[in-house]
Design a protein around this ligand. Structure first.
Ligand SMILES: [Zn+2]
Length: 177
């Protein structure tokens, strides 16, 4: 049983672009044709996504809105890819997983240095990882902000893990609580 991408978008109150991103990251799963063309979203996958409870960002925390894993060819960034993918991310170490989304972000020094809370990684509003911000530094090659991330506090885990944000605007790269 499957529904169209447009039906999934309506059911989740998301746009088609975000549905495609969720499919790319394997947060939603659907059938493909022999040639690899997408043919909608499995109903069970949609229902799982619909059952994800909502949450909001706490004051002092930051949410990074990433796309599906893609290669980062800059060796100075010391990451094999950027973004997130349900299978790829869980196949690597926790450090590699966090490096894939903990940098490299174009934010001001004030924004980056003012963060003392937790960082949350979301794909289309679905929270896929959470970590405590231990500090920030400037990437030597591009001067963008890179976060040093550590294991999250229990409170942050219960607030964020397995939850989703609603109303994540298309194109927003990060949100501050
Ligand atoms: Zn850099």
């Amino acid at each position: 049983m499957k529904v169209s991408a447009a039906e999934a978008a309506r059911a989740l109150d998301l746009n088609n672009h975000t549905i495609a991103k969720l499919l790319d990251a394997h947060i939603l799963v659907g059938p493909t044709s022999a040639s690899g063309r997408r043919q909608g979203v499995y109903v069970t996958s949609l229902e799982t996504a619909q059952s994800v409870p909502p949450t909001t960002l706490a004051r002092g925390d930051v949410a990074f809105h990433v796309g599906a894993a893609e290669s980062d060819t800059n060796p100075a960034h010391r990451r094999t890819y950027a973004g997130w993918h349900a299978m790829k991310s869980l196949a690597v170490s926790q450090g590699d997983r966090r490096r894939a989304w903990g940098g490299v972000w174009n934010m001001t020094e004030d924004n980056a240095d003012g963060l003392g809370g937790h960082a949350v990684c979301s794909v289309g509003g679905f929270i896929v990882d959470v970590a405590k911000v231990e500090g920030t530094r400037r990437c030597p090659c591009c001067d963008l902000a890179v976060f040093d991330l550590a294991d999250p506090d229990d409170l942050a885990v219960s607030r964020y893990r397995g939850r989703r944000f609603s109303g994540v605007g298309q194109g927003s790269l990060f949100t501050f609580g």
